[in-house]
Design a protein around this ligand. Structure first.
Ligand code: AMP
Length: 396
């Protein structure tokens, strides 16, 4: 893997694609700056070498049109705060102004280009637009893991213009190494924990991971499709009726590949999809009509705990209950505790993909696992075994 550590940026202008697609409140203030913090080491390394940094990012979905709402001016103060340095701003990412401002940039300075997606060519992966961007710098660095699954002008196409001076940033390298640990080089036993709502969205991940893992824990809403396929009564629990055969096929494939599958054995059920609903704990095969399983039961939590404590490498994607409702969050909290404990005792744990990342941050487990991925879609596509366009562009 060719990273920025393989290059001295002294007197060079590095075009760094970052993912500053940060959440904002109604006054457009940044509410979570994780994505900015995550690329600071890359920026610092280039500046410390004596190079200049030209930051490129998108924000939101302006769909090819200029708009105040999606202007990076709104997040500039937060970027300066996190990077602890002044950051110059150019009101367009290409054109005369961009050429002039990047031309005048000195070693040790940072310039932020305006939202790439103000130009429709960005998302179209337009080669001419990519070339215009490329003309602004001497080297290309991709540190935008969150956008690496898109073949956009600035994430992939641009790299063709830098055959020998294109590099992974340090965040990208860390993300790719973490995934590699789970899929290729992790210490065994390796356990994948998949939860969330739908089995249909996780099938490719499961199939791709089976050859690499020893244990598969299936929880959350998606478990009920398996339980029903195995003949259980699941009441009104979430189910994908047309995926039952597939669920059985997955169990069969796991068996052939010597992967132990752990499904919940009990469930906290509710008579309504509502935090204040009536609750009770039952065997997962015996959910009465009119009730739905919204969290893992105590016995399931114990089984999952034991598997996790015996694992050396752990991947977690998806909550195992409706954690957004406090009365159904305990199963996912217990799971977070188990993973935190295993990590403390030396296991490597990776949390990735959408809701589980939101969960670990909300409940403070982000500091207690080995690595929390910053890229939802990119992480999931990597687990599905796809080579991300942003990764391929640097590697090829
Ligand atoms: P996903 O986006 O597929 O990872 O699903 C995440 C969502 O699954 C979260 O919003 C959870 O509330 C939801 N979820 C987890 N367990 C259940 C369940 N037993 N029933 C319904 N939804 C669930």
């Amino acid at each position: 893997m060719k990273t920025i550590n393989d290059f001295n940026f002294k007197d060079k202008k590095a075009l760094v694609r970052v993912d500053f697609n940060v959440p904002q409140d109604s006054e457009l203030k940044v509410t979570d700056n994780t994505r900015i913090q995550a690329v600071k080491p890359t920026i610092d390394k280039i500046l410390n070498d004596g190079g200049a940094v030209i930051l490129m990012t998108h924000l939101g979905r302006p769909k090819g049109k200029i708009s105040e709402e999606f202007s990076l001016k709104n997040i500039l103060p937060e970027i300066e705060k996190v990077l602890e340095k002044p950051v110059k701003f150019c009101s367009d990412c290409v054109g005369e102004k961009a050429k002039k401002m990047t031309g005048e940039l000195q070693g040790g300075e940072i310039l932020l280009l305006e939202n790439l997606r103000f130009h429709k060519e960005e998302e179209l992966g337009d080669a001419i637009f990519a070339k215009q961007l490329a003309g602004l710098g001497d080297a290309y660095v991709n540190d935008a893991f969150g956008t690496a699954h898109r073949a956009h002008a600035s994430t992939a196409i641009i790299a063709d213009n830098f055959p020998s001076t294109k590099f992974f940033g340090l965040l990208m390298a860390k993300e790719l190494e973490a995934i590699d640990k789970v899929l290729k080089s992790g210490d065994k036993p390796i356990t994948a924990i998949l939860g969330g709502s739908k089995v249909s969205s996780k099938i490719t991940i499961i199939e791709n991971m089976l050859p690499a893992i020893d244990n598969l824990i299936i929880g959350g809403g998606m478990a009920f499709t398996f339980i029903r396929a195995l003949g259980g009564d699941i009441g009104n629990s979430l189910v994908e009726v047309d995926k039952q055969t597939l669920a059985l096929e997955i169990l069969q494939k796991a068996k052939v590949q010597n992967v132990k599958v752990y499904l919940p054995v009990d469930s906290i059920i509710a008579d309504d999809f509502n935090n204040e609903a009536e609750r009770k704990e039952v065997d997962i095969f015996e959910i009465p009509d009119g009730w739905m399983g919204l969290d893992a039961g105590v016995r399931s939590r114990k089984i999952f705990h034991d598997v996790i404590m015996n694992s050396r490498t752990i991947l977690w994607n998806g909550p195992i209950g409706v954690f957004e409702m406090s009365n159904f969050a305990d199963g996912t909290i217990a799971l977070g505790e188990s993973i935190a404990k295993a990590t403390r005792l030396g296991a490597f744990s990776l949390v990735g993909g959408g809701d589980s990342v939101a969960f670990v941050k909300q409940f403070g487990y982000d500091e207690k696992v080995s690595y929390v991925s910053t890229g939802g879609g990119a992480m999931l596509e990597s687990l599905e075994g796809m080579e991300l366009p942003g990764v391929k562009a640097i590697n090829s």
